[in-house]
Ligand binder design. Sequence first.
Ligand SMILES: Cc1cc2nc3c(=O)[nH]c(=O)nc-3n(C[C@H](O)[C@H](O)[C@H](O)COP(=O)(O)O)c2cc1C
Length: 169
Amino acid sequence: MQSISLAQLSAILAVTAQPLFADFASTRFIQLYLYAHHVDGLQPGVYRFWQARAELEKIRGGNQRVAAAALSLGQDLAGNACVAFSMIGDLERAVRAHGDRGYRYVHFEAGAVGHRLYLAAEALGLGATGIGAFYDDEVHNYLRLVPEQGQVVYHFAIGYPVPDPRLEA
Ligand SMILES: Cc1cc2nc3c(=O)[nH]c(=O)nc-3n(C[C@H](O)[C@H](O)[C@H](O)COP(=O)(O)O)c2cc1C
């Protein structure tokens, strides 16, 4: 099984932490958690990415492939990837800051972060897939979130694309 390097993962994470120039993004509401499966130099586990300090905090150790797939509505790609992500949106803080629009802004931000994951992965010769299907409560429990942290809004998987001959011209 091919791995990505920690330098590649760091580059991907750094891209997500760059400022977003949009009216919905004056404050950031998305927190990234990752399920490291095959990252050279990083033990398999669940990590929280602390954006301001560019640090990873280990939340759980051990192989996360079954858990990541199960949490992503049983989709194998979240376990077969090199790294999978949960984006946690602080919906309550967003609504306090922006009123009813806050809910939408959190999803705009998740989409923008997802876009960057797609671009960063492609630029590194990797593949990426947004994952919109997951078990919310199970994710919250597994990541050991406290309610104030918010709710899962988007999942993602990055790894080596599997060629699909059905899609070839
Ligand atoms: C918001 C969003 C959610 C997605 N959710 C899933 C998903 O749950 N499972 C999956 O296999 N692909 C998911 N995808 C990926 C799409 O199925 C598709 O692969 C992607 O949009 C690329 O399209 P293309 O392969 O036709 O270029 C999602 C994509 C986006 C943008």
